[in-house]
Write a protein that binds this ligand. Structure first.
Ligand code: SF4
Ligand code: SF4
Length: 62
């Protein structure tokens, strides 16, 4: 089954905690508007970013 993280942009403040937590530096991208997006094709669905985010902006789609 395909699993990847997704972002609630209304909660994200661009703090980068998720980027630092992700094993792959190229999966989570911070945009100029201080919101992140997930490269769905590279995300492994490990959930580390979900744990790292203090604003509950990330979740795992299954
Ligand atoms: S940890 Fe959460 S609030 Fe911080 S940049 Fe990532 S998604 Fe946004
Ligand atoms: S679920 Fe894992 S691989 Fe996917 S963005 Fe979060 S930390 Fe990175």
């Amino acid at each position: 089954m395909y699993v990847a993280a997704k972002v609630d942009e209304n909660k994200c403040n661009g703090c980068k905690l998720c980027i630092w937590s992700c094993p792959d530096p190229n999966v989570i991208i911070l945009h100029p508007n201080k919101k992140v997006s997930i490269n769905q094709s590279r995300c492994k669905g490990c959930g580390l970013c979900v744990i790292a985010c203090k604003r509950e902006a990330l979740s795992i789609d299954s």
